[in-house]
Design a protein around this ligand. Structure first.
Ligand code: OAD
Length: 260
């Protein structure tokens, strides 16, 4: 479609003895899209599932520029709490399977909506963080580039820019804000080119991330969803695993890991 060439079929035709019928090729172009569900078994609460509320606030109430303008201290208390939750969590078997996948495939892109940094901690290197990273801060006056700050808890709430003293904010994308342009462009490009997209642990409700699988499908990619719950993508997926990611993903990968 759209004048692009059809991608190669993602799976080898003949299969490999002892590996099941569907090993990937090393050259298969694979894109992974992850959401909060992949970190659920590490102990990070999802946004729209149980444990998603902080005090009585939903993410949509706090993760906005308006909320930050109104009450930066409240928003920072929430982020300080989220940082403490995430800081106590370790990558799980699903994160580790994706790090192994990156090593085993030549053309692999991991796109995540998560800001928790667990993919990198698991060993993934080529990670496109669509919504930023909770361990990075930036100056609201943009007097300098964003910086890492892993202190937990933060010594001062709200934190200030060490260079100019203006308010600092988390280097994450809030509702109503644009995604980092280059990161989004790279994710869209990879999605259009891939032969296989694996969507793991996202409710697929938040745009533009939720439309990446549609770009992949337009170009004939095979779509796999791993999620215990149905999502708007489920009926479009060629393969659906209704299981938690830490169980389903390592098994799916073990069955399809290219030989040699
Ligand atoms: P959600 O909380 O909307 O969805 C989490 C998904 O994970 C749900 O579909 C669950 O069924 C699924 N899930 C739960 N446990 C799972 C498990 N063990 N294994 C696999 N899946 C599991 O989170 P996201 O889709 O990531 O944006 O939300 C998207 C964006 O909305 C977030 O990045 C954040 C949020 O507000 C910003 O902060 C900009």
């Amino acid at each position: 479609m759209h004048g692009q060439s059809e991608p190669d079929p993602p799976y080898s035709q003949e299969g490999q003895p002892g590996r099941g019928p569907a090993a990937l090729r090393r050259s298969t172009r694979v894109v992974i899209l992850t959401g909060a569900g992949i970190s659920a078994e590490s102990g990070v609460p999802t946004f729209r599932g149980p444990g998603g509320l902080w005090r009585s606030y939903r993410a949509e109430d706090l993760a906005t520029p308006q909320a930050f303008r109104r009450d930066p201290e409240l928003v920072w208390q929430w982020y300080d709490w989220r940082r403490s939750v995430v800081g106590a969590c370790l990558p799980n078997a699903a994160h580790r399977a994706l790090a192994d996948m990156e090593r085993a495939l030549d053309d692999f892109v991991l796109v995540t909506q998560n800001v928790d940094g667990l993919h990198r901690l698991a060993g993934s290197r080529r990670v496109l963080e669509l919504h930023g990273n909770i361990w990075r801060l930036r100056c609201t006056l943009e007097c300098r580039p964003p910086w890492d700050d892993r202190r937990d808890p933060l010594p001062e709430i709200p934190p200030r820019c060490p260079a100019c003293g203006a308010l600092a904010r988390p280097d994450v994308v809030w509702f109503g804000e644009a995604l980092p342009g280059e990161v989004l462009a790279a994710a869209m490009d990879a999605s259009r080119r891939c032969a296989l997209m694996l969507v793991v642990g996202t409710s697929a409700l938040v745009q533009p991330a939720a439309s990446l699988p549609l770009l992949a499908l337009e170009n004939g990619a095979h779509l796999v969803e791993i999620n215990p719950q149905a999502t708007p993508l489920s009926r479009l997926a060629g393969e659906v695993l209704r299981e938690p990611a830490a169980r389903a993903l390592p098994r799916w990968w073990a069955e399809r890991r290219p030989g040699g």
